[in-house]
Write a protein that binds this ligand. Structure first.
Ligand code: ADP
Ligand code: F6P
Length: 321
């Protein structure tokens, strides 16, 4: 029977990380599992920065964005010495399982840590990019989608008044999950994702066709990883003659109070991870598939590329007619 676990939030923060910390503590403590939080991601772990987490420590945080444990990116951890040092620190604290709330980069680190230390590691997917394989969604994704859509609804007002094209850049350095869902639900005429090439001619043709159909303004949603948004704005303006503006939504998408859906996912993932610790020594990554909780192989999750639902892109184009 295990008696002590560690928790860390790592990589880019995501709204709902706090709800996950709360769920872990509130499921673990009544089952006699002590919970130790490591601050500032793997950087704080390497520096032995700890925060004991009790039932009341996690009170009043379910609605807060960010993470009370703080987070960081830590290149030092991704070295042999870093992993060995982290392993020693965890063993000194008698940690029997480490719960890692983060994205696939953090899970790569967790796998290395497991290989070196033998300590059970459980990944809890939390990233606004939703780019973790084996799960339909991640903690924070729904919040980021809603934040971006609300911002675009406002932009739409001014776009319509002035009859302009708006290029709106959303996050997603490598993947287009956020851009796709935001684009579809904000009614964008064009959605540009890193996974699918699209040349400027075809973008302009879509916008010109749209004007011919008496649409007086247009929304172009572009994932940051697709390319240079300022260049896209300039090219659209030059080739179509339409007045074009660019808004980069940026880190606004990473903050704010988590939506009910993000809190729900966080609560399900966090409590399930604790159940896994109690019932087995298996390492893995928690996920949601067709609204059911699943437990995926850690190596598989890291190796696999999550497919983008191109049907959604087609639907978005069809409905933006
Ligand atoms: P995310 O978890 O959101 O994908 P990152 O990709 O920035 O975020 O990864 C977070 C941290 O995980 C990195 O700063 C590093 O400490 C660790 N990490 C990432 N990749 C590896 C790797 N290949 N091996 C060991 N640790 C890694
Ligand atoms: O959390 C993932 C992500 O939002 C990416 O989409 C984005 O490119 C990146 O983080 C930027 O984060 P930071 O400014 O923390 O490097």
């Amino acid at each position: 029977m295990k008696s002590k676990i560690g928790v860390v939030t790592s990589g880019g923060d995501a709204p709902g990380m706090n709800a996950a910390i709360r769920a872990i503590v509130r499921r673990a403590v009544p089952k006699n599992l002590e919970v130790l939080g490591f601050k500032r991601g793997y950087a704080g772990l390497l520096n032995n920065e700890v925060m004991p987490l009790g039932l009341r420590t996690v009170g009043g945080i379910i609605h807060l964005g960010g993470t009370i444990l703080r987070t960081e990116r830590c290149p030092e951890f991704a070295t042999e010495e870093g992993i060995e040092k982290a392993s020693e620190i965890l063993k000194n604290h008698r940690i029997e399982a480490l719960l890692v709330i983060g994205g696939d980069g953090s899970f790569k680190g967790a796998l290395e840590l497991h290989r070196v230390s033998g300590i059970q590691v459980i990944g809890i997917p939390a990233t606004i990019d939703n780019d973790v394989a084996g799960t339909d969604t991640t903690i924070g994704f729904d919040t980021a989608v809603n934040t971006a859509v609300q911002a675009i609804d406002r932009i739409r007002d001014t776009a319509m008044s002035h009859g302009r094209v708006f290029v709106i850049e959303v996050m997603g350095r490598k993947r287009g999950f956020l851009a796709l869902e935001v684009g579809l639900t904000a009614g964008a005429e064009v959605i540009l994702v890193p996974e699918i090439e699209r040349d400027i001619d075809s973008i302009c043709q879509t916008l010109i066709r749209s004007r011919k159909k008496e649409k007086e303004y247009s929304i172009v949603v572009v994932a940051e990883g697709f390319g240079d948004s300022a260049k896209i704005r300039d090219m659209i303006n030059k080739r179509t003659g339409f007045e074009t503006r660019l808004t980069i939504l940026g880190h606004i998408q990473r903050g704010g109070s988590p939506t009910a859906r993000s809190r729900l996912i966080a609560s399900l993932f966090g409590s399930y991870a604790v159940d896994k610790v109690l019932e087995s020594d298996e390492s893995g990554v928690v996920g949601l598939q067709d609204e059911k909780i699943v437990f995926n192989d850690l190596e598989q999750v890291i190796k696999e590329e999550k497919p983008l639902n191109t049907e959604l892109l087609r639907l978005a184009e069809e409905l933006a007619i």
